[in-house]
Design a protein. Structure first.
Length: 117
């Protein structure tokens, strides 16, 4: 029986100037993270290439500059889906509603290529 590993990486943005990895997991933990995100109404982006890059980071680590563009594309969708604009989260600085999309490993939309520079 063939089985591929599932992975998930959670990012938070809003309290820090740069998105930060807040959680990551493989297999059963990844599935629990994704299910919890769905129950909480958290946006889930499925991009295996971005996931592979983000999964190399440690929890509490800021994303590197090379991934800014790719993550910005995901976050722009999150903002759009929530009817928000950049800076709106600053008005709710005391809120617990940090933007926290999960990256899950499933084939889906075309990948976003990171910009080298």
């Amino acid at each position: 029986m063939s089985r591929y590993m599932r992975q998930a990486v959670a990012l938070a943005y809003g309290k820090n100037p740069v998105p930060v990895v807040t959680a990551k997991g493989d297999d059963d933990l990844a599935l629990r993270m994704i299910e919890e995100a769905r129950q909480q109404g958290v946006f889930i982006s499925e991009d295996p290439q971005l996931l592979a890059l983000l999964s190399r980071l440690e929890v509490d680590e800021e994303i590197p500059q090379e991934l800014y563009t790719a993550v910005a594309v995901v976050l722009s969708w999150v903002y759009w889906l929530k009817g928000m604009r950049p800076g709106d989260e600053k008005a709710n600085a005391n809120s617990q509603n940090d933007i926290d999309p999960l990256e899950s490993m499933n084939p889906s939309p075309p990948p976003v290529e990171p910009v080298n520079g």
